[in-house]
Design a protein around this ligand. Structure first.
Ligand SMILES: Cc1cc2nc3c(=O)[nH]c(=O)nc-3n(C[C@H](O)[C@H](O)[C@H](O)COP(=O)(O)OP(=O)(O)OC[C@H]3O[C@@H](n4cnc5c(N)ncnc54)[C@H](O)[C@@H]3O)c2cc1C
Length: 599
């Protein structure tokens, strides 16, 4: 096998290329597709519906460069030139608006034209001479906590009613001693050793997400989360042994480049490419696929080594291979390659040091524990012209609380079941959302064999097994022990695992992992803890999708029903991301505050 050295240039090009890819479907749909190895699958909790179109881009983010040609021509013909347009924006909106608009037009390095969030402030009330109001917030997840935090800054009197015994909602980190009982009566007590934890819900944060801004503001330290690692594995059961990502990528990029180069050489693209285009394309492919000037993929150092190059004249021992083009495509390793191209999954990604629940804990502290009623399950919501009364159960007794406004951040599948007088349209809008199942298991090991023996430091192994994937920890490298996520699965697979008693989930997950990592996957295991989100009390889903074939329900719930507002990641374009919950909360407190100031 011949090997060719590669330059770093191709890596930069590949990254830039992926960054130029258009935004993909929401994370969950892509994950579901990757995990199930098929086209998008609907959760089986509800009857099947049509496959969703990509999430519609909010109007203010629509790229002016893709506007209809007629309109673009009109502008360039002088009806409204860019310069005139920007000048008028600058005059009416000031420098910030001008800069943001220039960004939208591709003239300035601003990410979006969205104005900065202005949190409600006490000064606003001083300006208008109005007093603050009382707000009852249903649910102490990220959206509820953020709403209370932001309103609290302006002096609103907020009370959070949270049914669980801890704030955070799906922002849940399992540590040793934590006890959870699911809807089927399975009780688990986490046996993790001190310092070991499972981020059972959110685990990663992309660089552009507002979640990081809150980490900064709240003083929650962050560290890198390894979301892509060339040394993790791909395992497809039919293919037998696992293959490292770097090897799979080298072979795929190599063969695809070879095919495209050959097609170009043979004139198959002559109708779409000029001679200059062809020369540039070939030059790119030679480097991208490491196929050399002969345009043939014969392997590459990019595949990795059985023994890496060493001292003196030790050139290392290349991995055997590559397999034939046909074998590489037949192995289906390609289905996992594009995951890291996603705008929401690309490195760098981050996690809070010490567990994702550090965010919820910091928000709770800022809000004030005295404002949070834990174990308080909302039973009924009654809106009136002048206020809102909420009935809830806490400590075995019913209580009521009356406030000027209510912000309901319960998942829509649960909010739909709460009796209220907000009208039947609200109930049908809430029931139009559909819940999605996901599950995770944390497996604590007595040694970090994946680092010591396999040289895997973070990242995930992707499989076509029902475990979906195995995650390696991104923190505490070289510590004596560590925790793997032994499955993170969705839809049918999550429901199948969730239906089992926890010990059987562990046994099934470990049996699958043994196929990839051998017996140590069983023998080194110290303890396990699993969460089936769709069977978790007060959540009953990993996340909820909006009805995409008709946005009426979604739009209705973006507006208040009288004095009741709705918030949560389900009312955002970032479902299944805390980013969505945070932005939704911000949108609601902004609307509520404006209403108070103008009423
Ligand atoms: C498996 C999984 C993986 C995820 N991965 C990521 C990730 O990597 N990164 C990321 O940023 N996000 C991730 N997310 C998404 C993230 O967890 C959510 O977007 C976010 O936590 C939603 O916050 P929320 O406040 O909108 O909703 P929730 O967290 O659902 O809060 C709703 C709250 O209402 C409470 N409640 C329900 N019923 C009642 C009642 N009757 N009375 C009182 N209270 C009630 C609940 O207990 C809960 O606390 C993941 C989620 C899951 C499940």
């Amino acid at each position: 096998m011949a090997h060719r050295d590669h330059t770093r240039l191709h890596q930069v090009e590949a990254v830039e290329w992926s960054a130029r890819n258009p935004a993909d479907f929401a994370m969950n749909r892509r994950l579901a597709r990757i995990e199930t190895g098929s086209s998008v699958r609907r959760p089986s909790l509800l009857p099947p519906r049509a496959i969703p179109p990509p999430v519609t881009k909010p109007q203010h983010l629509i790229d002016v460069n893709v506007m209809p040609r007629r309109k673009a021509q009109a502008m360039s013909n002088g009806e409204l030139t860019r310069r005139r347009f920007l000048t008028s924006v600058g005059v009416s909106g000031g420098a910030g608006a001008l800069f943001a608009t220039m960004g939208a037009l591709g003239h300035a390095p601003t990410p979006t034209a969205t104005p900065d969030f202005q949190a409600p402030q006490r000064a606003d009330f001083h300006l208008t001479g109005r007093g603050t109001r009382k707000v009852v917030i249903l649910g102490g997840g990220i959206a509820g906590l953020t709403a209370a935090y932001e309103l609290g800054k302006a002096g609103y009197d907020c009370t959070i009613l949270e049914a669980r015994d801890v704030t955070g909602g799906r922002n849940l980190t399992i540590r040793g001693g934590r006890v959870e009982t699911d809807l089927d009566g399975h009780t688990q007590r986490a046996g993790f050793s001190s310092g070991t934890y499972l981020n059972a819900g959110p685990a990663r944060i992309a660089q552009w997400m507002v979640t990081l801004d809150y980490c900064r503001e709240l003083g929650v330290p962050i560290e890198p989360f390894v979301n892509a690692n060339a040394d993790t594995l791909i395992y497809n059961e039919a293919g037998g042994s696992p293959v490292r990502f770097r090897t799979a990528k080298a072979d795929l990029y190599g063969y695809v480049s070879e095919l495209l180069a050959k097609a170009t050489d043979q004139g198959a693209l002559d109708s779409v490419l000029t001679d200059e285009d062809k020369a540039r394309l070939l030059s790119f492919l030679e480097d991208f696929g490491d196929i050399g000037s002969e345009h043939e993929y014969v392997g590459s150092t990019r595949r990795g080594f059985a023994s890496y190059p060493g001292a003196g004249e030790d050139h290392g021992t290349p991995l055997p291979g590559p397999p034939s083009l046909s074998d590489v495509f037949a192995s289906q390793v390609g289905r996992y390659i594009s995951f890291e191209f996603g705008y929401d999954q690309a490195m760098m990604m981050f996690q809070p040091v010490g567990g994702m629940d550090r965010i919820a804990a910091a928000l709770t502290t800022k809000v004030g524990r005295q404002r949070v009623r834990l174990g308080a399950q909302v039973l009924k919501v009654n809106g009136r012209a002048s206020d809102v009364t909420v009935i809830y159960r806490q400590g075995g007794r019913e209580h009521s609380i009356t406030a000027d406004f209510c912000i309901a951040t319960l998942p829509p599948n649960l909010m739909a079941r709460i009796p209220h007088n907000l009208g039947p349209d609200i109930t049908s809008a809430l029931t139009a959302f559909f819940p999605f199942a996901a599950g995770k298991i944390g497996l604590e090991y007595r040694s970090r064999w994946w680092e010591n023996d396999l040289r895997i430091y973070g990242g995930s192994t992707q499989t076509d097994l029902d475990i979906g994937q195995i995650w390696y920890p991104s923190h505490d490298f070289h510590a004596p022990r560590g925790l793997l996520v032994g499955y993170y699965n969705f839809a049918d697979a999550a429901e199948a695992y969730g239906a089992l008693p926890p010990a059987e989930r562990t046994a099934r997950a470990v049996a699958q992992g043994v196929k990839i990592h051998g017996d140590r996957y069983r023998t080194e295991l110290a303890s396990a803890f699993s969460v089936a989100w769709h069977r978790t009390p007060h959540l009953e889903a990993a996340w909820n999708y909006a009805p995409w074939e008709d946005s009426t329900a979604f739009r209705l719930l973006l507006k208040p029903a009288g004095r009741v507002y709705f918030a949560g990641d389900w009312l955002s374009q970032a479902v299944a991301w805390q980013h969505g919950a945070l932005l939704s909360a911000r949108a609601v407190v902004t609307a509520l505050h404006q209403r108070v100031l103008t009423s």
